[in-house]
Design a protein around this ligand. Structure first.
Ligand SMILES: Nc1nc2c(ncn2[C@@H]2O[C@H](COP(=O)(O)OP(=O)(O)OP(=O)(O)O)[C@@H](O)[C@H]2O)c(=O)[nH]1
Ligand SMILES: [Zn+2]
Length: 353
């Protein structure tokens, strides 16, 4: 628990643009997120010598930091020496691939050896968990606002911290007989929600794991199929004996709204949904379906009928101890704006479509 708290404090500090220390078995690093730095905080952070720039392996590939890559595995972070012309706007351009067209980078950049690769990897993971680009100014020491160990990030993500916080009857458009249950995670600001449609009758419920999509769920975006899938899932539950919709606060397949919109900007430049995530320095899918499994367990459900086309959701639940008695196909909402996105899911992420 104390690990989760330390991680939450570190995430909060990084988002606010404050320096954070990250420790791992191989050392300790002090970092400042490039995205939330300003001239004043960077000058303070630099002190007498400019701090170097730590980037994800994916970003190192795009920037042709080849000498770094030969020495390290693709999973390894890359360190760029901060020569004097790398000021804050240049560092922001280094961090953010969306700007590559508008800000062609001059280079050449000199990659340095990462002396504490585990601490560096943990620092980049902290940035991703903060919803920030994995791109940091880095030093070996200096004043900090928060301190976190690599293992604390595992504790932060541990779904065992999830508890039921409140529940109430909630008549909704598709069913007057519905109940809402809100879940709280000690370290997490967002609340996950379950909407139970109908009356539990001992049979496995029809379940939908819906990941938050502000653009699709609320604004009617045509770039994805989330809105129609959400409405379709609720409608299907009224036809089944009963159902549970889990509304998971995993916006943008877990990379957060701001980064999803960056991925959309990259898609406007020609990258597909998979490459856009990778280019930003994230995994293809950063969601943790253990959260959904924990919610189902807290609701007393060990067996479900799962509405999805995504085999990873089935595997994720089963790995976390929930039996998926049946996979119910859930395809709808195709339109000219999302047909390429749906084709990419079929061709590159194993969706059954
Ligand atoms: N990073 C990223 N996230 C996206 C993109 N388009 C949609 N999303 C997010 O993807 C999530 C929706 O995925 P789901 O509806 O669970 O779909 P799925 O994993 O493809 O699986 P099923 O619909 O269950 O078959 C939401 O969090 C969306 O915000 C995109 O181009 N990039
Ligand atoms: Zn969507």
């Amino acid at each position: 628990m104390s690990g989760a708290r330390a991680a939450a404090r570190a995430i909060d500090a990084l988002k606010r643009g404050w320096p954070v220390a990250v420790t791992a078995g191989d050392g300790r690093l002090v970092v400042l997120a490039i995205e939330t730095a300003n001239d004043v905080t960077l000058a303070d952070f630099d002190g007498s010598a400019p701090a170097d720039v730590l980037l994800s392996a994916a970003r190192a590939v795009t920037l042709n930091l080849a000498n770094q890559r030969e020495a390290a595995s693709p999973a390894c972070p890359a360190l760029v020496e901060r020569v004097p012309w790398i000021d804050l706007p240049t560092a922001v351009a280094l961090a953010d691939p969306v700007r590559d067209l508008a800000t062609p980078l001059k280079g050449p950049f000199r990659a340095k050896a990462v002396e504490a690769p585990q601490a560096a990897a943990a620092a980049l993971r902290l940035a991703r968990l903060s919803g920030l680009l994995p791109a940091l100014f880095v030093r070996t020491d200096g004043p900090v606002e928060a301190e976190v160990a690599a293992e604390a990030l595992d504790d932060y993500e541990d779904p065992a911290h999830l508890v039921i916080a409140s529940q109430a009857r909630l008549p909704v458009a598709v069913s007057e007989k519905a109940e809402i249950v809100a879940f709280r995670h000690v370290a997490d600001a967002a609340e996950h929600v379950a909407l139970i449609i109908g009356t539990p009758d001992g049979t496995p419920p029809l379940v939908r794991l819906h990941s938050e999509c502000l653009t699709g769920d609320v604004l009617g975006s045509l770039k994805c199929d989330c809105g129609p899938q959400l409405a379709g899932a609720l409608a299907a539950m009224t036809q089944a004996s009963w159902g549970i919709l889990l509304y998971l606060r995993q916006e943008g397949r877990g990379i957060g709204l701001i980064n999803k919109l960056r991925a959309y900007a990259l898609q406007d430049q020609g990258f597909d949904t998979v490459d856009a995530n990778l280019r930003l320095g994230f995994g293809v899918d950063e969601r943790d379906f253990r959260v959904a499994a924990r919610m189902l367990s807290l609701l007393g459900q060990a067996e479900v009928r799962l509405m999805t086309n995504n085999p990873q959701k089935v595997e994720g639940l089963e790995a976390a101890g929930i039996r998926v008695a049946e996979r119910v196909p859930h395809r709808m909402g195709e339109n000219p704006h999302n047909s390429a996105y749906l084709a990419t899911k079929r061709d590159r992420t194993g969706h059954v479509l």
